[in-house]
Design a protein around this ligand. Structure first.
Ligand code: ADP
Ligand code: MG
Length: 252
């Protein structure tokens, strides 16, 4: 039995513009399981990002509940939410928002520093992550001095500094060329194979094949889901066909 990291009940999110109410997420009941690489797909405007933001405390939902490891976060105060985000969650987005005045090392280490940890252990972990992501020799460069792919890998290293229980990624390869995108996807795949739980929004079928569970979001509801084995290079072609068929059945 897989353990649920996140459980939503009747999750709703609406936006109001003037006197109009736009319901984007409509009573979603969804479990996100530990160890899964969960993919959220759907057409543009289906509510993928909105769902991800609601699941990950990036945005407030309008109604229903979200539990994180059995704790209902609906009534959490700002401080509890901040602690949850810092210590248990990580975020990777398309717009790579590294701090321009810090070098890559500092960007990765920054969120790791805390009163509770010796600085040296954070520095060591930062070096280990930079090495793992192939960034060791660029660690003293500034974001303006490296490529988009290097920036995105730095953003992933930064996301891992506090050993998150889950990584949320919204179109993490959207701003990268295809070979850089592949590097980033390979990395996320490797992390997942090591046990890291990931939820990723994408509109890219190749990116989607990296997941072992694909949710299809349509008009604010989960309209279908597909389970796959874990990704490896030898089954990549075959699973692309399976995912393609799943999506064409949804008129994607
Ligand atoms: N902050 C906001 N204010 C008003 N409407 C929003 C806001 N964010 C998203 N929306 C609307 O919600 C719908 C879903 O958006 P989004 O979740 O970004 O879709 P997706 O990521 O699937 O492309 C769209 O119609 C969008 O215009
Ligand atoms: Mg989006």
């Amino acid at each position: 039995m897989k353990k649920a990291i996140i459980r939503t009940s009747n999750l709703c999110k609406s936006f109001s513009n003037g006197n109009q109410k736009l319901e984007v997420i409509k009573k979603i009941n969804l479990d996100i399981y530990e160890g899964d690489f969960t993919i959220i797909m759907g057409s543009s405007g289906a509510g993928k990002s909105t769902l991800l933001y609601s699941l990950s405390t990036m945005d407030k939902y309008s109604d229903g509940n979200v539990e994180f490891f059995g704790r209902d976060i609906t009534s959490f105060n700002e401080k509890q939410i901040a602690s949850l985000r810092k210590n248990e969650m990580a975020f990777i987005f398309q717009g790579i928002n590294l701090l321009p005045e810090m070098n890559l090392f500092e960007n990765v280490a920054y969120n790791g520093y805390s009163k509770l940890k010796p600085k040296k252990s954070v520095n060591d972990k930062t070096l280990m992550l930079l090495e793992k992501l192939g960034l060791a020799k660029d660690k003293y460069k500034y974001p303006s001095e490296v490529s988009g792919g290097q920036k995105q890998r730095t953003a992933i290293a930064r996301a891992l500094i506090n050993d998150p229980k889950i990584i949320f990624a919204d179109e993490p390869t959207g701003a990268l060329n295809s070979s850089m995108g592949t590097v980033v996807l390979d990395l996320l795949t490797q992390l997942n194979n090591e046990g890291q739980s990931i939820v990723m929004v994408t509109h890219d079928i190749k990116a989607a094949t990296r997941g072992n569970r694909i949710l299809y979001l349509k008009d604010g509801r989960i309209d279908g889901e597909l389970y796959l084995e874990k990704f490896n290079q030898s089954n990549s072609k075959q699973r692309e066909e399976i995912v393609y068929k799943f999506l064409s059945d949804k008129n994607w």
